[in-house]
Design a protein around this ligand. Sequence first.
Ligand code: ADP
Length: 340
Amino acid sequence: MTRDPSIYHLKNIRHYYGQKKVLGIDHLDIRTGSITGLMGPNGSGKSTLLKILAFALKPTEGRIFYKGREESGFSPEVRLRVTLMTQKPYLLKRTVFDNIIYGLKIRNDHQNLEERVKEALSKVGLDFQTFSQRKWHQLSGGEAQRVALAARLILKPEVLLLDEPIAGVDAKSAELIRKAALKARDDWGTTLVIAGHDLQWLYSITENQVSIFNGNLFPTGIETIITGPFDKTGDPRFVKKPANGQSLLLKAPGQNEENALIRKIRIESLDQPFTDGINRLSGHIAAMLLEKESTHVLVTALVQDLSFVLRLAPDQVGSLGLYPGKSITLGFDPEDVEWF
Ligand code: ADP
């Protein structure tokens, strides 16, 4: 019998808070032992999705399969194998030691506590002598976040879900959190799902990425999404997006569609100048990042306040002579837009 390569399979998930729909995911597969980045701006539904994956929140509609088995009752058995570190580390008003053993106590596991706390603390770069008897309020933001992570690592979870784990923490803590999460995957095969909006940090840790926007999932993690307001006063077949002196022309949306996903963005080169009818936008390269699993380069270009991410092969980067700060012209077809 072959092992199911997916630890999660989500089907037709919808979640509403009151009347407001905040999540609409037709399907999502997460491979066992993989590291998935969940990128998206604030309010896009990342925390809601992570809570659903943690079996801490039941979606309004839809089905969740965990290791091939449908989980409808959110049994304690499955909830104990999955652990979520929330965005603001929630520490009990007790010592670091008591915080770290809390999950073990719930699981009725009282063996070798001191040894295991020591090990969990060392994984996140905290010394047992110095920290174990500290109170929850005697920690910096980064230390508190690392204690929260140690409290999850001690459980050797099958799945570790991290919600914005480095938001507001110092650089040293961010690096220690990255290393500790990677070690969990390497030592125990823990599946990781990490939400955030720092593209650079997420790409330094995750193997595959999805992006989430207004509760919709997109498969590459680097989609360019343009939000309103749009100018609808011209040709009814198109709308315009003004961007400080420049204007993007986009195929008009259908009813109730308000966000535009732009596919196939290119950078103009001398060899291939853009033809008429193509949006031309002047901007500059803001950042370049090597993709971990390939040798492709993620190039972030800014056109005033609009950000476009392109995934280029190294020879394209070379032939276009790209470097951060370089002025470039971007182009895309006004028809090449998907509204949602
Ligand atoms: P993110 O983690 O990407 O910031 P969230 O999942 O926290 O996004 O939120 C998605 C949307 O759901 C937001 O519009 C947010 O205001 C709303 N929301 C989140 N939690 C609740 C809640 N408990 N009650 C009502 N609305 C909520």
